[in-house]
Design a protein around this ligand. Structure first.
Ligand SMILES: [Zn+2]
Ligand SMILES: [Zn+2]
Length: 245
């Protein structure tokens, strides 16, 4: 297929997608995933209520601190290496927990695009010279049940706008771990230990940016980064939509 027919094919596909979206929006007008107001998946009022992550933060783990520091008390006790640094777009405070719950558990996968826009906007503040972007994978069984992986969707929309490459095949979750929600810090570490395997052909020598929806203790990012480093990655950093305090 020549480039010309390729482009023509793409534009037809795009037009068909837009047409389908417009038709669906006409039949089922979107409502805000947080306040249920009709019009958009994330209304202007709810967007304006989101709190951006701002300095002063810990240089290593990205937690909000009273004064800039290279290690805060939390990550002095348990450093997140080999993932360094960890940054996020916004704070995990309402309306974000409700919105992320809708994205993950209630099928509102369309939220990934406006939420990735927040990550794009904050990237100018936290920019790192990365080679490759990898969404934290779900175990295939869980992804099949959910129908999508929210972190892959965030990585995909984020990359489309900042000109980076997302690689869905670089990292696999080989152990079906329990959800981290409700576990203590040490339980979170053992829950995700050896849960990931990375593909050396895709990551060797690269600075990888791990993308996830929420960073709480950082144990998932840390376990994923260990697998990437074991496969030869040069460096691993983390970028989440939201940082829990
Ligand atoms: Zn709203
Ligand atoms: Zn810290």
């Amino acid at each position: 297929m020549t480039n010309r027919t390729h482009l023509l094919g793409d534009s037809w596909l795009l037009q068909a997608k837009h047409l389908t979206n417009n038709l669906l929006n006409f039949i089922f007008p979107p409502v805000c995933a947080n306040c249920k107001k009709p019009g958009q998946l994330l209304c202007a009022e709810c967007l304006a209520a989101i709190t951006w992550l701002e300095k002063p933060i810990c240089a290593h783990c990205g937690r909000v601190v009273a004064k800039e520091t290279s290690r805060c008390p939390a990550c002095s006790r348990t450093p997140l290496y080999p993932v360094d640094p960890v940054r996020a777009a916004v704070i995990f405070a309402e309306p974000i927990p409700t919105i992320i719950h809708q994205l993950k558990y209630n099928g509102f996968f369309g939220l990934a695009a406006p939420l990735a826009n927040l990550m794009v906007e904050a990237w100018s503040k936290w920019h790192m010279p990365v080679d490759l972007v990898v969404g934290v994978p779900l175990h295939p069984q869980r992804e099949k049940k959910r129908g999508y992986n929210q972190s892959d969707l965030l990585a995909h929309h984020f990359c489309n706008q900042v000109g980076l490459n997302a690689d869905k095949k670089a990292l696999q979750r080989v152990r079906n771990t329990s959800p981290q929600v409700g576990l203590g810090a040490s339980e979170r570490v053992s829950n995700v230990a050896n849960a990931f395997v990375a593909d050396g052909l895709r990551v060797a020598g690269k600075h990888v940016l791990l993308v996830d929806d929420v960073c709480t203790t950082g144990s998932t990012l840390k376990a994923a980064a260990e697998a990437l480093m074991a496969a030869g990655a040069k460096r691993v950093s983390g970028y989440c939509l939201a940082r829990a305090l």
